[in-house]
Ligand binder design. Structure first.
Ligand code: NAP
Length: 548
């Protein structure tokens, strides 16, 4: 239903049954990589499908893996092998991994188009994100010398004179890093965590989201085939993690990305709790875009607002943890903004992602399709539908329309708690004051990113300080930066990613800050001369350590 219009308010080029290839695609069996060998699961496999045609394309299963042996292998082989390397050597490893994946870029893009319903642009976002983050960490490694420790900040005089001195060091932890990732970034999600763990000197056990594991698996396979990975440094579980979490110990860590419900469940694993296994959770977020009251409709910042909101709604078909879900607009401008936003969304051509003209493909899986349809229906109970809706828009494939709604009551809890993980956002009218913007943005209970669009620096300052405690990142769009800006949905390796509360309470990336999770900070106290001789900090390292 398109607001009573006969034609949908966007361009479509949707696949029809008759256009589909006749020859069945051969089924690929995805394997796990454990103990430096490929393992084919023995149980009933999970089936992965082409999100456009719904054809089964791959299967995976992890039964038969001895998870204690996997952990032992990481701790006993992988950790020592990585820690025997200097930071510079680990940086070179990351650079080599980035180059190996880059060589297979086109193949990975094709797999992403098939399995995840990604358009070519969406696929590049994931795959170039993976190679780019590995390369960025190879670059950050150049700031570091040695390999056994990092000096953390300035030393401190503890005694009457400087003889009795204190330093903080960071040393690599001795366990394994278990990485459990979401379906929506099978390449980037995997590699942004690996980059930090490897540079810190910690081996990885990776478990990707099953629905899109084809790209994650091929990424793993390319890296294994490259011959670059030290023995035991990288293991890959395609399917269930079995009793892995029940076997974690105090030096291990678990970094999870996914829904807040699963995150809470895994964090609450009794073994993880009892042994104080270090946990980082990256969960969901009702990201807000806030249009400031001063933003002129003819300004560059207003254009930027429209482009970014439309991009966030449609890029990866809205399956992006940083995508805008709540659009705060001064109440007296809501109608005009809705009209402009619908016009911008209309320019996004929806259809078969293998056609390079299309800019939005289907959702990634049948489960996602069902969840998004149900989510839109829940929102519709409290909001007016301005375009789109929950109805399927193609005969086959998991296609929904970009859906823009307008809240009847901007404070209704549903808009601030229900993440509909698809091309869906709701306009929330507000009175334009910094106070009201802060109140509404913070109702999200913790966000990954909030974007502000305003040239009024005093208004921005008040909002930044007001929402800062509840957000991991605040992005400020204005006329002066519009021509150079990268969109707020883009996570950059130099900046931290994560957010408090609902967003998981975690933190990743942020240049060398990303290594902290994998290292133990230890305070060392003693004779200053001895400490300085034993743990010299080179100029570059000192700068790096104190900045992180
Ligand atoms: P999910 O259903 O919570 O699953 C996340 C991961 O956890 C998957 O690998 C899943 O494996 C695994 N998992 C589920 N139950 C498990 C268990 N009992 N033991 C071990 N692993 C288990 O989330 P999703 O649907 O993949 O991803 C979408 C969500 O992720 C959205 O809410 C989005 O906001 C969030 N997300 C957050 C970020 C961030 O950086 N903050 C980034 C991307 C996505 P299976 O696939 O095999 O079930």
């Amino acid at each position: 239903m398109w607001l009573g219009q006969e034609e949908p308010p966007f361009q479509t080029c949707l696949p029809e049954s008759s256009n589909r290839p006749k020859a069945p695609t051969p089924m690929i069996t995805l394997r796990s990589y454990v103990l430096d060998q490929w393992h084919t699961g023995t149980g009933d496999p999970a089936v992965l499908v082409n999100a456009t045609t719904e054809e089964a394309i791959a299967q995976c299963n992890s039964e038969g893996i001895d998870f204690q042996a996997v952990l032992n292998h990481a701790r006993q082989k992988g950790g020592p092998a990585l820690r025997a390397m200097s930071f510079a050597e680990r940086g070179k490893l990351l650079k080599g991994m980035s180059a190996a994946l880059q060589e297979h870029r086109e193949e990975l893009i094709d797999l992403s188009i098939q399995n995840a319903g990604s358009t070519r642009g969406d696929a590049k976002f994931d795959i170039d994100g993976a190679t780019g983050t590995l390369a960025a960490y190879a670059y950050f490694a150049k700031q570091l010398s040695g390999g056994e420790y990092l000096v953390d900040g300035e030393g401190v005089q503890l005694g009457r004179t400087a003889r009795f001195w204190g330093e903080h060091l960071r040393v690599p932890r001795l366990g394994a890093a278990v990485h459990i990732n979401a379906f929506n970034f099978p390449a980037w999600g995997q590699m942004e965590k690996v980059a930090c763990a490897f540079l810190a000197g910690v081996p990885v056990i990776e478990k990707p989201g099953t629905a899109t594991a084809l790209v994650a698996w091929r990424t793993a396979e390319i890296l294994v085939e490259s011959g670059l990975l030290p023995e035991g440094s990288f293991q890959f579980i395609c399917g269930s993690t079995g009793d892995l979490l029940d076997r974690l110990e105090a030096q291990d860590c678990m970094a999870f990305t996914g829904s807040s419900g699963t995150g809470a469940k895994l964090k609450g694993n009794s073994n993880v709790v009892q042994r104080n296994v270090r946990v980082n959770i990256e969960a969901d977020s009702l990201n807000a875009a806030v249009l400031g009251p001063d933003t002129d409709p003819d300004s560059e910042s207003y254009d930027l607002f429209l482009q970014n909101v439309a991009l966030d709604m449609t890029q990866k078909t809205g399956q992006k943890c940083t995508a805008v879900r709540r659009i705060l607009v001064p109440a007296d401008r809501v109608d005009e903004v809705a009209e402009d936003l619908i016009a911008t969304l209309q320019r996004t051509r929806v259809g078969d992602p293998s056609d390079s003209k299309n800019r939005m493909g289907p959702l990634s899986s049948a489960a996602q399709f069902r969840d998004v349809q149900e989510g839109i229906r829940r929102l519709q109970e409290h909001a007016d539908t301005l375009c789109g809706g929950p109805e399927p828009i193609a005969e086959k494939g998991f296609f929904v329309a970009a859906t823009l709604l307008k809240a009847r009551d901007s404070s209704h809890p549903l808009f601030h708690s229900d993440e509909v993980f698809g091309p869906v956002a709701t306009l929330l009218p507000y009175d334009g004051s910094a106070e009201e913007a802060i109140r509404l943005a913070n109702l999200g209970g913790g966000g990954l990113v909030a974007s502000l669009y305003s040239n009024d620096s005093a208004w921005c300052r008040e909002v930044i300080l007001g929402i800062g405690p509840w957000h991991g990142r605040v992005w400020v769009g204005s006329d002066r930066m519009a021509s150079q800006s990268l969109p707020p949905g883009m996570v950059l390796p130099a900046m931290i990613h994560g957010g408090p509360g609902r967003a998981g309470g975690g933190e990743e990336l942020g240049a060398l800050r990303g290594l902290e999770f994998y290292m133990q900070r230890v305070a060392v106290q003693g004779f200053r001369g001895n400490l300085k001789a034993a743990f010299p900090a080179h100029a570059a390292e000192e700068t790096a350590a104190s900045s992180s």
